[in-house]
Design a protein around this ligand. Structure first.
Ligand code: WTA
Length: 652
């Protein structure tokens, strides 16, 4: 795998302070090693002990891991539980009045919800869902802004055993439609609009549009949470206000008895082919991953921490570290509706100060944009409550890491750089902050119980220092169970025959340094990581080609200071190649088109028009040349196999 090369040479190392180690849930490197040794010698026993210790079971399991139908693994599959019970009810005897959610709205208005209130509201909404005919196993699409109601909706689904499928509010009507149809959902929960950065963006109108498209007869009801009070179109026979739906509902609702392996949710994510994949997670295994990592990686202290994960619930990070993890721990957490730059780039730091946040988890792209807009701003706030920082979604560059460490963490707080994926459900490779020394830009070592490796294309383990495919060689509880409606694609995408059919292929390349620390190098498939969001190049290409003017399109990524990767589109129109003002105009049209087809996050940053694309004689688009062109590099590669070398000049 000679083409996988890393340019990183980072030698700084930050051992945990003795103060942090002294209070840590996993204290010292020996404790970390003891856990990994236990997992290595008694893998199933290790996970079973954790599952008994951390989950409240309605019926305890006696079976641990079933591999008979690999790679369709099953965990604890004669056990029964309810995830919502584990997140709410079990805390009530001791913590009914403890704050569960501190919701801060875009305009700064703060609402606090106690565990008892959360219980009552989740139950009332669960009863509302039941009243609308939702039963165990039904799919419910949630298309909501960041809000307490989004969390309540998800928890209510979990309570009655409905499978939620959250669609990020930034996705377009078309994307929403695609997901509703694939999941054959019964009901959509949405809001009139969301507020971000002082502006309202409507959501209900996108639902209306999605439901005019074919294949959505499955939807019998749309429940609408009123956030802004703006005007919405109303379909009497279909639409129902959230406040009306709960008006007469009792605030108790018996949690459904769920099998450990019953699906908790589906979450669509991008893969290397056109259609998004419905990643399906289990109930018990997923919950266990959330709890174990809250404990080990976030060093959770239920009674004293104020946890804040800035991710939207539309992404996996918002599922595991907003909706499920912190609540399962019985913690207080902050939920934020808005954006980090409104009213100014000090918003995050002000919120940390105001809510006395102890644990702050965000994405490198946010960190980079805040450095740019006000690197000195954190100093204007009292950040003394912080004790731990986290990073997720993409590799964090060492400069951003150092700034985060010094300016936000005041050189006091460990940084947990957490590598994981929608498919893995919870953190996989990340430092245990009281045990493992950190290095800027490395996600360090696998958490105990996660058996990772870096292998070549035949599945052979590679020595330290050599780049290859990142794999996880043993099934773990929070691993996805399948792709919704598509078990074949699940097998093909994640357990390829070339690697023996039983090893989980993550889709990232990585290398280990001489200390065995993992350094993630990037995706091995046609997936871009733009501001920490996964986007398939094929999805964007299909969107472009569906525009009547476009004959052909190729998408590549190019490095971007803040977003990590920017999207560059090479486009061939059916007519003449546009130039000057015409090119600008068509660019704008196409960017907006992609915005409508997929969502604003997928709009190309740059569009270049050509009479053709660089192709081999067999007609294959040479993407590596396009990548070089996008970066503005001079082409030094061999272009002799190119059908049309002259095109390169045009696309520069
Ligand atoms: C990337 C987000 C480097 C990686 C939780 C992975 C990271 C993809 C990190 C999953 C990290 C995530 N360091 N790269 N700490 N975390 N990635 O499914 O390429 O939205 O495969 O899950 O993000 O993105 P997803």
């Amino acid at each position: 795998m000679s083409h996988i090369e890393s340019v990183l040479h980072e030698n700084r190392s930050f051992p945990p302070s003795s103060e942090f180690t002294a209070q840590a849930n996993v204290s010292g490197i020996a404790a970390y090693q003891a856990l990994t040794t236990k997992a290595a010698t008694d893998y199933e026993g290790y996970w079973a002990d954790l599952a008994r210790q951390h989950i409240s079971w309605e019926t305890p399991f006696t079976r641990i891991l079933d591999e008979t139908n690999a790679p369709f693994y099953r965990w604890f599959d004669d056990g029964y539980l309810n995830v919502s019970y584990n997140c709410i009810d079990r805390h009530l005897p001791a913590k009914a009045d403890k704050t569960a959610l501190i919701f801060e709205a875009d305009d700064g208005l703060v609402t606090r919800i106690s565990y008892q209130q959360l219980h009552d509201r989740v139950c009332a909404f669960a009863n509302a869902l039941i009243a609308q005919g939702v039963t165990k196993g039904d799919r419910v699409v949630i298309y909501m802004p960041m809000s307490a109601e989004a969390v309540i909706a998800m928890q209510a689904c979990a309570r009655i055993g409905a499978i939620h499928s959250v669609v990020f509010g930034g996705f377009s009507a078309k994307s929403l439609h695609e997901r509703i149809v694939d999941a054959q959902a019964k009901l959509v929960i949405t809001a009139d609009a969301g507020m971000r950065g002082g502006r309202a963006t409507s959501l209900k109108s996108a639902v209306d549009e999605a439901l005019t498209l074919g294949g959505t007869e499955c939807i019998s009801r749309v429940i609408v949470y009123q956030r802004t009070g703006q005007e919405v179109n109303w379909h009497e026979s279909r639409d129902l206000w959230w406040h009306d739906s709960v008006a007469d509902m009792p605030n108790t609702c018996e949690p459904a008895r769920m099998n450990a392996e019953d699906p908790l949710f589906i979450l669509y994510t991008s893969g290397s082919t056109g259609t998004p994949k419905g990643v399906q997670h289990s109930s018990a295994g997923y919950l266990l991953g959330a709890i174990v990592t809250m404990n080990m990686v976030f060093d959770a202290k239920a009674d004293t921490d104020v946890f804040w994960c800035t991710a939207d619930v539309g992404w996996i990070t918002g599922h595991t570290y907003v909706t499920y993890g912190p609540l399962a721990m019985g913690m207080t957490q902050v939920i934020f509706e808005g954006v980090p730059t409104y009213p100014d780039a000090g918003r995050f730091w002000k919120m940390i100060q105001d809510h006395r946040v102890t644990t702050f988890y965000t994405a490198p792209t946010a960190i980079r944009s805040l450095i740019k807009l006000g690197g000195e701003l954190p100093r204007q706030y009292d950040l003394s409550s912080l004790r731990l920082l986290g990073s997720v979604g993409e590799p964090i560059n060492p400069e951003a890491w150092m700034w985060y460490h010094q300016e936000v963490g005041q050189s006091r707080c460990p940084i947990v750089d957490t590598w994981w994926q929608t498919e893995t459900g919870s953190n996989m490779i990340a430092p245990l902050p009281g045990a493992v020394a950190t290095k800027p830009g490395s996600c360090t070592l696998p958490i105990p119980g996660i058996i990772a490796d870096v292998v070549d294309e035949h599945g052979a383990s590679l020595p330290f220092g050599q780049g290859g495919y990142l794999v996880i060689t043993r099934p773990f509880p929070s691993l996805l169970r399948t792709l919704w409606n598509n078990p074949e694609r699940y097998k093909k995408s994640y357990f390829p025959e070339e690697l023996g059919g039983k090893v989980y292929l993550a889709g990232d390349s990585a290398q280990r340094d001489t200390d065995g620390y993992y350094w993630i190098m990037g995706r091995i498939d046609d997936v871009l990581n733009v501001s920490g969001h996964r986007l398939g190049t094929m999805e964007i290409e299909s969107a472009l080609v569906s525009h009547p003017l476009v004959a052909e399109a190729a998408i590549v990524g190019k490095p971007h200071d803040i977003k990590g990767e920017a999207i560059v589109a090479f486009v061939v129109l059916k007519g003449e190649r546009p130039q000057g003002a015409a090119a600008k105009e068509i660019s704008d049209t196409l960017r907006n088109w992609v915005g409508q087809e997929i969502g604003a996050i997928a709009k190309p940053d740059e569009i270049r028009f050509g009479d053709n694309l660089p192709k081999t004689r067999s007609g294959k688009i040479m993407r590596r040349l396009l990548r070089a062109l996008a970066k503005g590099e001079t082409i030094t590669q061999d272009v002799s196999t190119l059908e049309n070398p002259a095109i390169l000049d045009q696309l520069k």
